[in-house]
Design a protein around this ligand. Structure first.
Ligand code: PLP
Length: 460
């Protein structure tokens, strides 16, 4: 194994500093060292010095069935030998056909049509473009705007970034695609006074903000609403009771399409293969990616209802959109093998059975003065850090910078936990371990967090 203290390890770190451009990365953070992960096995990853870490984030909400699954690697090898590549432009291949059929069988209602992409951003981009073309074909060309929620992350391509509700990520690239409007999210912990202790009333209030935005923009101009089942950015905001029921009603009332952006939440993260099934609503489209292959090969998808496909079903109409690598045969084959593992090992059942234990284990941290809120669903949690629990006062920008970047990220990693300290909203620790984890791994994560968060508090 390469070691960062060996000549090759040192040279490679130098090469990274000279040539590799990190994603969402402050390159200066690499001056002190380049964290280089070389191997994964089960719930653990190893760096180039041989140190082991528990993977508390499944890579990036991706590695559902854990690292080092030889059967997924073998399936990729077989498929690359048989047919490494063919596009879905006018042609089909068995791997895409089989996977489309299987995804449709898990999707709710009449969501039967699958358009493959290579990533989540492309799936979101595809959903907005489809919504626009669909409404044009319905003779309603004015319906082109979209609504999404404050602080939500939906990807980085121009359309997906416009739907994203994080001003600091958007500002460098303005002007973006016009017509993307934002409404409040479902952060119960920071709900308006009077609604904080009444989740049902808060859910109604938050859903009604979507109706208000549609009215304000004009129903004849709004094409779609993009919502995650459980919003990631900001630190895991589950939907309050009744929220999606009311959103569905509003979308039906105004003829606006509901897109369930399940790039994180699908493939067992919340329990079911699709989170909307678990949470009891039927969208018009689902976008998904990440966990479809557990990360063993990249792929994404948009799943659309029969109603949305209908104008394209006959005659000369076609959806003028596509990606060279969308539905790549190797990725599609690996996705099928990944779903075989889901079935054989009963991954959704395992998540449902163990999710209450995960919640209870993380809630033990509420005895720490710095832990304001523990929230999430399934194997997907956010821990919000506060300066004052009684008042819920958060940290200012400087404190946040010192706490998250200056201390927590490095300290958690040094203590053997790979996860994410995020300040895109209020400061949170994000956790999404592989879905094969159980109580032993939850305890390990809790113990590391307890030590590091206690230390962080003593430094404030
Ligand atoms: C909800 C959601 N949508 C879209 C995306 C974009 O996916 P990708 O990074 O694969 O483009 C992400 C990525 O984290 C996401 O969380």
């Amino acid at each position: 194994m390469t070691d960062s203290t060996t000549p090759r390890g040192t040279l490679r770190a130098d090469a990274a500093r000279s040539h590799l451009w990190g994603h969402f990365t402050r390159q200066s953070a690499w001056d002190g060292g380049v964290p280089t992960i070389v191997r994964g096995e089960g719930h653990h990853i190893w760096d180039d010095t041989g140190r082991r870490y528990i993977d508390g984030l499944s890579g990036l909400f991706v590695v559902q069935v854990g690292h080092g699954r030889a059967e997924l690697a073998e399936r990729a090898r077989q498929q690359a030998s048989e047919l490494a590549f063919f596009p879905l432009w006018s042609y089909a291949h068995p791997q895409a056909i089989d996977l489309a059929e299987r995804l449709a069988s898990h999707a709710p209602g009449d969501l039967n049509r699958v358009f493959f992409t290579t990533s989540g951003s492309e799936a979101v981009e595809t959903a907005w473009k489809l919504a626009k073309q669909y409404w044009k074909l319905q003779g309603r060309p004015g319906k082109h705007k979209v609504i999404s929620r404050a602080v939500a992350y939906h990807g980085t391509t121009h359309g997906a970034l416009s739907i994203t509700g994080l001003p600091t990520l958007k500002e460098p690239f303005e002007p973006l695609v016009p017509g993307a409007h934002k409404v409040p999210n479902t952060n119960q912990y920071r709900a308006p006074e009077g609604l904080r202790d009444d989740p049902k009333a808060f859910g109604r209030w938050a859903a009604d903000r979507i109706a208000e935005a549609i009215e304000f923009e004009g129903p004849d101009t709004v094409a779609a609403v993009f919502l995650e089942p459980v919003q990631n950015a900001g630190g895991c905001f589950p939907p309050p009771p009744g929220y999606f029921e009311r959103v569905r009603e509003i979308c039906d009332q105004y003829d606006v399409l509901l897109v369930s952006d399940e790039v994180i939440c699908a493939f067992g993260r919340i329990g079911d293969i699709f989170a909307c099934n678990e949470l009891g609503y039927v969208p018009d489209m689902i976008t998904c990616a990440k966990g479809m292959t557990s990360g063993y090969s990249p792929i994404g998808a948009l799943i659309a209802s029969d109603r949305l496909f209908e104008p394209f079903a006959t005659g000369a109409a076609s959806f003028a959109h596509g990606y060279t690598f969308g539905g790549h045969p190797v990725s599609a084959a690996v996705a099928m093998a990944n779903l075989d593992i889901f079935e054989r090992e009963k991954i959704p059942e395992h998540v449902r059975a163990n999710a209450p234990v995960f919640r209870a284990t993380l809630e033990r941290l509420l005895d720490l003065p710095i832990v304001g809120d523990v929230r999430g669903e399934g194997y997907f949690y956010g821990i919000e850090l506060v300066k004052d629990k009684a008042t819920r006062e958060t940290f200012d920008d400087d404190e946040s910078e010192r706490l998250l970047r200056g201390f927590l990220s490095g300290a958690l990693y040094d203590a053997g936990l790979y996860c994410r300290a995020d300040d895109r909203g209020d400061p949170v620790i994000q956790l999404a371990p592989p879905l094969t984890c159980g109580p032993a791994q939850f305890d390990e994560i809790e113990q590391i967090l307890r030590g590091v968060l206690s230390e962080a508090w003593s430094r404030l």
